[in-house]
Design a protein around this ligand. Structure first.
Ligand code: NAP
Length: 322
């Protein structure tokens, strides 16, 4: 079967961690761009990207990477998107598609838009795929296969630019959905941001237990707690930025969550087995729905996230972070 022609001539990736390096690998594997230029903040990461040979060119500055690119994807923590956009603004060529991969969209749009020149097209995006690992070694070409990528173009965005970026993500194996940034942030607050907060909180609570109890927590860590520790091992910078950038939506969902915890607390205190049973039956149906639409595997995740095996082939579709 012949490979379709590349969608972009020069793809610039600014930030080459888990997501940036996965895009580089997938874009190369799928021939989605004629050439890939990459950069990262530190000399160490740039050197590693050169060693890994996942980009055609590795340059020293963000502006150098952006220069001449017809697609620029900013793959840095949400809190750094604005400053990166300011650095590259003057280097962005007319007609270029400028995008990002941040887990929060409203703040990214607000911070990047003022720096994107007229004639270039800002189309923010969020690939809802990931793992708890970070850095250029953590990426892999299959990360986006079968996962959603949500595009949040601002009102009046250029249709052709949106279509081209959409085709790019589809070439990388993702399903694409277009959504308003505010709606995205509300949905992701409950499906991703709150679960991470709960994981960070429960693992923190366990860590604060008395020494004796804590060692037993680790020794007898059951599947539920182990899953939380995996999520709570996610990158602190990335997640600090997510909660700062999506404050309102997270607080809204946290308010609802607290009300529901209060209801469950009451049911336990009163010995109301029916209420607990009904609640758990309802949530079980949600899990079935997720498996049925192929967004997770019904099989256990044995070894999937073992720290020594970050490149273990992942069961598809992969239930990762985002
Ligand atoms: P990561 O592995 O920590 O990589 C971040 C990269 O950004 C590193 O290469 C870092 O360079 C670079 N960087 C940071 N500040 C920079 C700056 N000012 N200029 C240039 N490069 C800079 O992070 P990630 O997991 O790929 O996450 C990147 C973005 O994707 C975040 O916005 C996150 O919200 C989003 N996202 C993450 C996931 C996930 O599961 N991890 C999923 C979906 C979306 P150095 O290494 O030199 O510091």
């Amino acid at each position: 079967m012949s490979t379709p022609p590349p969608l972009f001539n020069r793809l610039a990736l600014i930030g080459v961690g888990l997501i940036g390096s996965s895009i580089a690998r997938a874009a190369r594997a799928q021939g989605a761009a004629r050439s890939i230029v990459a950069t990262a903040r530190s000399p160490a990461t740039r050197a590693r990207v050169r060693e890994l040979n996942i980009a055609d060119e590795v340059v020293e500055t963000n502006a150098e990477a952006a220069k001449g690119a017809d697609c620029i994807i900013v793959c840095v923590p949400v809190g750094a998107c604005g400053e990166v956009a300011a650095e590259i603004g003057k280097a962005i060529k007319t007609g270029a598609v400028v995008s990002d991969v941040g887990s929060v969209k409203g703040a990214v749009l607000r911070d990047m838009a003022p720096h994107v020149p007229a004639g270039a097209h800002l189309v923010p995006a969020h690939p809802v795929a990931g793992t708890e690992h970070s850095g250029p070694d953590a990426g892999f070409a299959e990360l986006f296969e079968g996962r959603w990528c949500i595009l949040t173009p601002p009102a009046g965005a250029d249709d052709k630019a949106v279509a081209k970026l959409s085709a790019f993500w589809q070439r990388l194996g993702a399903n694409v959905e277009v959504m308003d940034a505010v709606h995205h942030d509300l949905v992701l607050a409950i499906t991703s941001h709150l679960p991470h907060l709960i994981a960070y909180n429960i693992v923190g609570t366990a860590a604060d237990l008395e020494t004796g109890t804590r060692s037993e927590v680790i020794k007898f860590s059951a599947g539920g707690f182990r899953d939380f520790t995996r999520i709570a091992a996610s990158d602190p910078t990335m997640w600090r930025d997510v909660f700062l950038a999506n404050k309102d939506a997270v607080l809204e969902m946290l308010g609802r969550f607290n009300e529901d915890v209060a209801a469950l607390t009451k049911a336990i205190r009163r010995g109301d087995g029916d209420a607990l049973f009904d609640h758990f039956t309802r949530t079980r149906a949600i899990r079935k729905g997720i498996v049925d639409i192929g967004q997770d595997s019904p099989t256990p995740d044995f070894g999937r996230s073992h720290p020594d095996l970050p490149h273990t082939p992942l069961p598809k579709p992969y239930a990762g972070e985002d």
